[in-house]
Design a protein around this ligand. Structure first.
Ligand code: XMP
Length: 326
C-alpha cells in the first residue's frame, strides 16, 4: 500500500510522457491490488473522480462500478456528459441514479446554509449506500482523494462524504491520485483521453447549485441558477475567459423586485454574477470583466431565463465577502 507522504524525489507530472509513465505504473498496481474483485466509485463528473474512473476502467474494466448520483444540483449538461463519456464512450459499468426529487423534497423549506449542506451530504451518503447494498461482491471503494486533501484534512474528501458509510459497508480504499497535486491530475486526465471541459473544469462545490440558489431552494430559482450559469459559461468560453478566470458562476437570491417586459410589469428574481481569481481560495480578487460583455450577458439572461428581470455583478473581493454567497 502506498504511503500518504509524497517522496521528495517524486517528479512533478508536467508532460504527457510523465503522465503515461504514471498511468502505466498505476494500472499495474491497481491490477495487483484489485485482482478479480469489484470496485465501487462515486462518480460526480468532477476532475478527480473522473480521472480515477478513467484509470480504473483502464486497469480493471467492468470490475469497476461507477455510481453517478444526480441530486438535481449539478450544472446544466453535467449528468448527461457523465453518461456520454463514461457509459457510451468508455464502456464503463455505470449506475445512473436520478435522485432529483428526493433531494429537493428533503431540502424544501430549508433556508439555513449549513443545514442545506448537511442535508445534501447526508442524503448523498444514503443514496450511495442504497446503491452499494444492491451490488454483490464489492470489496473496494475508490476515491478521488488528491494530495492537498491529505495535507489539509484527514484524507477523507469532505465533499465526497463517502467516509460516512456504515460499518458493514467499510470497503478497502483505492486512492490512486492521493500523491498528486491538482495540476498533475489534469495532465493525467488529459493523457487518459478525458475531454478538456472535464479536465480543465473550474472548482465546483460539493453541494453544487444548492449553495447558489440562496435561501430555501425552489425549482423555479434552481432553474434560473442553472440556466444563467450555462449562459455565463458559454459567454466566458466564447470570449476567451474560460481557463483564465479561476471561478465564475451565478447565484439567485430569494427575493423578487419589480421590472417591466413587453410593456407589462414583472415581479421576478435578480441573477448575481460572480467572477473571481485566487491562488488558494483563502483570498480572492474580482475579475475585471469587460463592461460590454457584462451588458451582453445581461441581455441574454434577461431574455432567455424565465423568472429573471435583473442582472447584478458582484464587485466584492474576499475578504470581506466569501467566494460563494452561502
Ligand atoms: P468560499 O465561499 O468559502 O469558497 O470563499 C472557497 C472555495 O470553496 C468552495 N466551496 C465549497 N466546496 N463544498 C465544497 O466542496 C462546500 O460546501 C463549499 N463551499 C465553498 C468554493 O466554490 C470556492 O472555490
Amino acid at each position: 500500500m502506498q504511503s500518504n507522504v509524497r517522496p521528495e524525489t517524486m517528479e512533478r507530472i508536467t508532460t504527457t510522457e510523465l503522465a503515461e509513465a504514471f498511468i502505466e505504473e498505476q494500472v499495474k498496481e491497481l491490477k495487483e491490488q484489485i485482482g478479480d474483485k469489484k470496485v465501487l466509485l462515486a462518480l460526480s463528473g468532477g476532475v478527480d473522480s473522473s480521472v480515477v474512473a478513467a484509470l480504473l476502467i483502464k486497469a480493471v474494466g467492468q470490475q469497476l462500478v461507477c455510481v453517478h448520483v444526480n441530486h438535481g444540483l449539478l450544472r446544466k449538461g453535467e449528468p448527461e456528459q457523465v453518461v456520454e463519456v463514461f457509459r457510451n464512450q468508455m464502456n464503463a459499468n455505470l449506475v445512473y441514479v436520478d435522485a432529483v426529487d428526493r433531494f429537493l423534497d428533503k431540502l424544501a423549506g430549508v433556508a439555513e446554509p449549513e443545514k442545506k449542506r448537511k442535508i445534501i451530504g447526508a442524503e448523498f451518503i444514503r443514496v450511495f449506500e442504497e446503491e452499494a447494498r444492491k451490488l454483490d461482491g464489492i470489496e473496494f471503494l475508490a476515491q478521488g482523494t488528491i494530495y492537498p486533501d491529505i495535507l489539509e484534512s484527514d484524507g477523507v474528501k469532505a465533499h465526497h462524504n463517502v467516509g460516512g458509510l456504515p460499518e458493514d459497508l467499510k470497503f478497502e480504499l483505492v486512492e490512486p491520485l492521493k500523491l498528486l497535486f491538482k495540476d498533475e491530475v489534469r495532465v493525467v486526465g488529459k493523457a487518459l483521453g478525458l475531454p478538456d471541459n472535464m479536465v480543465y473544469r473550474q472548482p465546483f462545490p460539493g453541494p453544487g447549485l444548492g449553495v447558489r440558489c440562496l435561501g430555501a431552494i425552489t425549482r423555479d430559482r434552481l432553474e434560473a441558477v442553472r440556466e444563467s450559469d450555462a449562459i455565463l459559461r458559454d459567454e466566458f468560453a466564447k470570449n476567451g475567459l474560460e481557463g483564465k478566470v479561476w471561478q465564475y458562476f451565478t447565484a439567485v437570491p430569494d427575493f423578487r423586485s419589480v421590472g417591466v417586459k413587453d410593456g407589462k410589469r414583472t415581479f421576478a428574481y435578480p441573477v448575481i454574477i460572480r467572477a473571481v481569481n485566487t491562488k488558494d481560495a483563502m483570498t480572492a480578487t474580482v475579475e475585471d470583466v469587460p463592461f460590454s460583455l457584462l451588458q451582453h450577458i445581461t441581455a441574454r439572461i434577461t431574455a432567455e431565463v424565465p423568472n429573471v428581470n435583473r442582472v447584478l455583478f458582484d464587485l466584492t473581493p474576499k475578504p470581506s465577502a466569501t467566494i460563494e454567497w452561502e
